[in-house]
Write a protein that binds this ligand. Structure first.
Ligand SMILES: *Cc1c(COP(=O)(O)O)cnc(C)c1O
Length: 362
């Protein structure tokens, strides 16, 4: 028997692309990841500083914090799972539910990690392309449901488009695919304000994800949450590490959940900056997509590379989404505070002026 010289991964892993998120550095304004652009609540910082070395010797216990999170969402503790970011939540859902022959149904463009984690399973990826308006492709998605559909993942608001699925549309999809899980990823909930989390348990196949990486400003600690009916979460718990959320993250989350005033303050800042930033884009004649999130997708056209690099020269990082399906020439810009966005506006104005003078734009 001929023996391979080195161990080979599963065929599905062999064909997976590598995911390399772009790196930044400390002295830039990061408008490329939709993170909180300021900080987490000062109460979180205090809670972490007050941790003792003894606490680090013990394995983390997520249950008390799950109970606190559940209580704030008006859910039972068994209806909530804390995860190492929503990314781990997506991973364990794929591991628990996607089998050979199953289909993951996705509107695209959307958040990258659904396809990445699904591609490591033996399921088939089925995508539904949004039309040129980039609106949520509700009818096409509904028509794409088959008896094999096992998971439908919808980011709401969606990234990078900012598009919205209405509550009625989500209910219709859940009811049209009772044999599938409808995952509604509410990563940008705080900036949007609408949720279907109140339907947990009422719609038997609905699971909602929330992250603490965006409004809460805790991306580094990796904290996410799944809310769903007990009969679905029990399978998910089987494949989840009991210790994937570490004690520092649990301590931080306890403090963060108790400081809702901080989130209210941060969201107010971002909404004000969003209004001002969109008005500035209008004035400059740049086309963008409607947004209820802390980012906006802007049409830069053929100059998208020059734009991203001109911003980087002024120490502002934005995200070129041109490689996403249907997104050629589109750049996603995170909305920070009003002050931060003023500096972004100045840089964009200079860019537009320079290229307008050169007769390249419009
Ligand atoms: C940013 C983002 C996430 C990130 O979740 P983590 O908790 O940081 O893993 C999940 N879903 C969507 C749609 C996002 O935009």
């Amino acid at each position: 028997m001929k023996v391979a010289s080195t161990p080979q991964p599963r065929a599905r892993v062999l064909s997976m692309p590598e995911y390399h998120p772009p790196l930044g550095n400390r002295d830039t304004l990061r408008l490329d990841f939709n993170e909180n652009t300021v900080a987490c609540s000062p109460a979180v910082e205090r809670a972490i500083r007050n941790m003792t070395a003894a606490e680090l010797t013990r394995y983390p216990e997520r249950e008390p914090v799950e109970a606190l999170a559940a209580q704030q969402l008006d859910l039972a503790p068994e209806q909530v799972i804390l995860t190492n970011g929503v990314d781990e939540a997506i991973h364990v859902l794929c591991q628990a539910f996607l089998d050979t022959g199953d289909e993951l149904l996705l509107p695209v463009p959307t958040y990258t990690m659904y396809a990445i984690y699904a591609s490591a399973t033996d399921a088939t990826l089925c995508t539904v392309q949004a039309d040129s308006t980039l609106a949520f492709p509700f009818e096409a998605l509904k028509a794409a449901i088959t008896p094999r559909t096992k998971l439908i993942a919808i980011a709401n608001p969606n990234s990078p488009t900012g598009s919205i699925a209405t509550r009625e549309q989500l209910i219709t999809l859940a009811e049209a695919a009772p044999h599938a899980i409808l995952l509604v990823d509410e990563a940008y909930f705080h900036f949007y304000g609408e949720t279907v989390i109140d339907l947990i348990g009422k719609l038997p196949n609905l699971i909602v994800a929330r992250t603490f990486s965006k409004a809460y400003g805790l991306a580094a600690l990796r904290l996410g949450l799944l809310a769903g009916p007990v009969h679905l979460l029990r399978w998910t718990r089987r494949v989840l590490s009991p210790y994937s959320v570490n004690s520092v993250a649990l301590t931080a989350l306890t403090a963060a959940l108790q400081d809702s005033a901080y989130i209210d303050w941060y969201v107010r800042q971002i909404k004000q900056a969003r209004t001002e930033f969109l008005a500035a884009l209008d004035t400059m004649g740049l086309q963008y997509w409607p947004t209820e999130a802390n980012f906006v997708l802007v049409n830069i056209g053929t100059l998208h590379r020059e734009f991203v690099s001109a911003m980087r020269d002024k120490a502002i990082l934005v995200r070129d989404r041109s490689a996403d399906p249907g997104c050629d020439g589109l750049v996603r810009i995170t909305i920070g505070t009003p002050e931060q966005m003023h500096s972004a506006i100045t840089t964009i104005q200079t860019f537009v002026r320079t290229y307008k003078l050169a007769g390249v734009v419009r």
